[in-house]
Design a protein around this ligand. Structure first.
Ligand code: HAM
Length: 415
């Protein structure tokens, strides 16, 4: 069988030791911090009705139009693998009535986007995210960004940068779209084919276009924020002031357009220099999502865990630092010792001690080599003699010293 047969699908990865220890550190520290901010964990299914994503993320977005794994199930129902966590979270909270309108939840979960794979862009990736529902309040947005910064600190990640902007209120939408369309009119023929379509469909996407010519044109026209109401601009100003008050620096980038339609008011992105073209480790913002009759307002963010890991590694933080170390290795000389050591291993593990052994009586040299490569702190050696005398030899691998002791004294040494 060709080795490719054992690979996961393109754009997807198996995650295993030692890298998994970095993932576990990230998850454990996130859970711990979220609890301090009053967030509860939420686990929603990976599959949702397609309409959940269409109605929240938006029909004309790239995520919905081009990137979703959407299909019909056996009953002909249109379903999709979640491309992000906010839509499913709001679908869940909408079902919880009043409680859902004032909730703080977090998730750590795989997401799926059928994008063209490249460095930093995967088809299955993982997000750690939060959603804080409640009426719009710039201080809630600032607190959410502060939580995100705090999380980066807990992980030990330095060198990231926050860019912030506003999408304005829903009542600004028409003025912004008209203003941008008018400003782009003189350059219509110079825009790329996609943008010629976007200008009518979703003009904000032109601002976001990666095409060099489109970017040059966007640099020449006023920004979306220039067409917004004073109220929207004041809202962003209050968020920035509150961040400053907490000692958090955010750069205003009026060209920041998040590719999801549910945003209102504050939007932000966190980038890291260690990443290439796909340099966003996190995105967030305030939103309003109406899946039922009533729109649910909230604010939240999601961090791309793969990109966080790449950035951590660039900061010199590696999986090896979090791999379990130490513990005891039991060396058995003879079949009887194997059986006795299995009993001893059970006792040691029962007392919370990490402990391993070979389940067959291999040579002493082979067993010692295993103990060494496993990084055991201590090795216990037992043969027929020791078992008869109820003794054991204990070797300190760090110091290279060893002594024979009574089995009954082992617990005193290990305490
Ligand atoms: P997003 O900006 O689409 O926002 O994704 C958040 C983060 O997920 C990105 O900054 C990136 O780190 C990571 N990410 C996205 N796509 C990929 C990919 N194909 N491969 C690897 N990493 C990726 C959201 O998803 C919003 N739901 C965030 C949010 C929560 N807004 C409010 N609440």
């Amino acid at each position: 069988m060709a080795s490719g047969e054992f690979q996961p699908l393109q754009g997807m990865s198996d995650i295993y030791a030692p890298e998994i220890y970095l993932w576990r550190m990230i998850e454990a520290r996130a859970r711990d911090l979220f609890a301090r901010y009053g967030y509860e964990e939420l686990r929603t299914p990976s599959l949702e009705k397609l309409s959940v994503f269409k109605r929240s993320i938006g029909d004309t977005t790239d995520v919905v139009q081009k990137e979703m794994y959407a299909f019909e199930d056996r009953g002909g129902r249109e379903i999709a693998l979640r491309p992000e966590g906010t839509a499913g979270t709001i679908r869940h909270l909408a079902g919880r009535g009043a409680e859902g309108l004032n909730a703080r939840v977090f998730y750590i979960a795989p997401m799926f986007r059928c994008e063209r794979p490249q460095a930093g862009r995967k088809r299955q990736f993982h997000q750690v995210g939060v959603e804080d529902t409640g009426e719009p309040n710039p201080l809630a947005d600032a607190e959410c960004i502060a939580l995100q910064q705090h999380l980066l600190e807990e992980w030990g990640l330095t060198g990231s940068n926050i860019q912030i902007s506003t999408r304005g209120m829903p009542s600004d939408r028409q003025a912004v779209a008209d203003g941008l369309r008018n400003a782009l009119q003189p350059y219509l023929g110079e825009l790329c084919d996609d943008c010629q379509r976007r200008i009518n469909e979703n003009v904000l996407r032109v601002i976001d276009c990666k095409n060099e010519m489109c970017q040059k044109i966007v640099d020449r026209i006023p920004s979306a924020v220039d067409f917004m109401s004073d109220e929207s601009r004041q809202y962003l100003e209050t968020v920035i002031q509150s961040l400053e008050n907490m000692g958090i620096k955010a750069d205003v980038n009026p060209k920041l357009v998040r590719g999801l339609d549910y945003y209102v008011h504050t939007v932000w992105e966190i980038t890291h220099d260690a990443l290439g073209a796909q340099n966003a480790i996190a995105g967030g913002g305030r939103y309003e999502i109406a899946l039922g009759k009533k729109a649910i307002p909230g604010v939240g963010f999601a961090m791309g865990m793969e990109r966080v890991i790449t950035s951590l590694e660039a900061c010199g933080i590696t999986a090896g630092q979090f791999a379990p170390k130490g513990g005891i290795w039991l060396v058995s000389l003879g079949e009887e010792a194997v059986a006795e050591n299995m009993k001893l291993a059970r006792e040691l593990r029962g007392k919370g001690i990490r402990c391993s052994m070979e389940l067959e009586a291999k040579s002493m040299k082979a067993q010692m080599r295993k103990a060494d490569s496993a990084g055991a702190e201590k090795v216990i050696i037992r043969g027929e003699d020791e078992i008869e005398k109820q003794t054991l030899t204990i070797k300190d691998m760090g110091q290279g010293t060893q002594e024979e002791i009574q089995l009954s004294n082992l617990w005193k040494i290990l305490d």
